[in-house]
Ligand binder design. Structure first.
Ligand code: EPZ
Length: 498
């Protein structure tokens, strides 16, 4: 049953789902080496609703070298190209540097569209999600000049108010561009944003916020448009804490007339970092990093240079890696304070580490204890670190309860860990019980999403024998040249181009 549930989630939220959305449609979702579902819908689908019409599901077992999917523009895409080949069991030692934060970079690139002047963003990670958002702003008419760890964006002229469907379908964070484009041009339209397959990803809180600021919303199938004469400051209460929702409203309010107050706002470190830079460019934001953010609208925003903070999720992932596979792993260029909730639990689990202001040294844990964790918005235990922590718990003695209330599809990858020898039962979409310790064995698997993907990679590093991980685009979305960085620690991992 849990397998059925898991695959159902893959299907309805699959990265391929934007492929054919409206009207009479056929949607295909394929996951190599797993049960595969073909789903056929008859009838029409209204925007923002789930498919409610007659549904026929065929369950087939297939293996694919790659999949080609045709999207509505007739554009064919090879979804699975390269794979990682890992031989597990090596002890890792040495230094690994954390890159700039993906989720800070995405929002900074979008915020650059607020300004007619040049924004230079440094410490930029070289990852697929950043490539996609830069393609989007370029497509809108901004000049984008990229060098290794830096990008210059000059959005003097915004030529379009329609965001690329092809790119929006790949990136949840594409919705963050809606506000700046609306503020600059008075209108914006886009298709429903795609992104990680981790559960429902509604956008109701974004739309409600834009409406509060005076925008009119129109839906047509899975495509929506917003228009406004002049954005007005508003009091916006988030009934649910939303990271990108908070950032979207904060950015949009910068050019609105009057004051905006955001209540029950998210407090993730990327938010005050962005607010601080926006203020340097002339914005008037106070309270970012607390649940109440006040933004006094200004007429224009200037340019400048912003250095991105380090990626706290990468930091946490490497800390878990150190506990699982060290040796002694020194994590450089990080902020241990940003992963305090993880460190507290790693300590309970028996991991040994030392920290300074911007470094963390982790030694392999001799004995891992079982720990129960519940994810929570920042400063709580990050949902993005739940998958690798769950993997750590497969090596712990006893049972651990994992509770991830934030997304309803974040435990799906446990099926794949089970296929490698783990013993994890799914109690409901938000709760799992891990029975440990279990020995993992290498096998051929596919990465379903970014954080599950890196977890499977870590699993491959501790598994006996060889692991092949396909669909590694998902890992490349958030981790820069991960195999090269792990090789330097002594890992036996290589990227193979199919
Ligand atoms: C951000 O997603 C991150 N992505 C996610 O990281 C992260 O898992 C998540 O925050 C939680 O920390 C980016 O910053 C690009 P939310 P976001 O809005 O902002 C519900 C990664 O791997 N909600 O805070 O999209 C939503 O369903 C990614 O790097 C609504 O109900 O997450 C969820 O239950 C994966 N309506 C909760 O809020 C809305 O309109 C929190 O989601 C918006 C959200």
């Amino acid at each position: 049953m849990s397998l059925l549930f898991a695959n159902w989630q893959y299907l309805t939220n699959s990265p391929f789902s934007p492929v054919l959305r409206a009207g009479f449609c056929l949607e295909v979702s394929i996951c190599p080496t797993r049960l595969n579902f073909f789903e056929i819908y008859f009838g029409s689908k209204q925007a923002g609703e789930s498919h409610t019409n007659i549904r026929i599901i065929f369950v087939l077992i297939f293996e694919f070298d790659y999949i080609r999917v045709l999207n509505y523009n007739g554009y064919a895409e090879k979804i699975i190209m390269s794979y990682f080949e890992i031989t597990g069991g090596r002890k890792l030692n040495g230094e690994i540097e954390v890159k700039g934060a993906k989720n800070a970079a995405l929002k900074a690139v979008a915020a650059a569209v607020l300004s007619r002047e040049k924004w230079t963003i440094t410490n930029l990670p070289q990852i697929e999600d950043i490539n996609r958002i830069l393609e989007m702003v370029e497509d809108l008419g901004a000049k984008v000049k990229r060098s290794e760890k830096k990008v210059e964006i000059e959005a003097k002229n915004i030529k379009k108010s329609r965001l690329s469907d092809k790119l929006a379908g790949k990136l949840r964070a594409s919705i963050i561009l809606a506000g700046p484009v609306l503020a600059r041009t008075g209108k914006v339209s886009m298709s429903y944003p795609g992104g990680c397959v981790i559960g429902k990803r509604p956008i109701d809180l974004f739309l409600a916020g834009f409406q509060k600021m005076g925008a009119k919303v129109k839906w047509q199938n899975d495509h929506f448009s917003l228009s406004v004469k002049k954005l007005k400051g508003a009091k916006i209460f988030f009934p649910k804490i939303t990271v990108t929702g908070t950032e979207a409203m904060m950015i949009t309010a910068v050019l609105a007339e009057g004051e905006t107050v955001l209540s029950n706002a998210a407090m993730e470190p990327e938010i005050p970092a962005l607010a601080e830079f926006l203020n340097k460019c002339g914005a008037r934001i106070s309270g970012a990093g607390t649940p109440t953010i006040k933004i006094k609208g200004v007429k224009k925003i200037g340019g400048g240079q912003m250095k991105l903070i380090s990626d706290r999720i990468e930091t946490g992932t490497f800390a878990i890696l150190g506990a699982l596979c060290g040796g002694k792993v020194k994590i450089k260029n990080c902020n241990p304070d940003h992963i305090r909730a993880l460190l507290v639990n790693l300590e309970k689990a028996g991991a040994i580490f030392e920290e300074t202001k911007n470094e963390l040294i982790v030694w392999g844990a001799k004995k891992i204890n079982s720990v129960n964790v519940m994810t929570h918005e920042y400063p709580g235990f990050a949902t993005d670190l739940q998958p690798p922590f769950t993997l750590l718990m497969t090596q712990a003695k006893g049972t651990s309860q994992i509770h991830d209330p934030i997304f309803d599809g974040r435990l799906m990858f446990t099926d794949i860990l089970n296929s490698m020898g783990a013993n994890i039962s799914i109690n409901d979409p938000h709760r799992a019980t891990v029975h440990g310790p279990t020995k993992l064995r290498g096998r051929k698997i596919a990465s379903p999403d970014l954080r599950a993907g890196i977890t499977l990679l870590l699993a491959g590093l501790i598994a006996k024998g060889k692991t092949i991980i396909e669909n590694i685009y998902q890992i490349d979305r958030g981790y820069e040249r991960i195999e090269e960085r792990l090789q330097k620690l002594g890992a036996e991992i290589k990227r193979v181009s199919a």
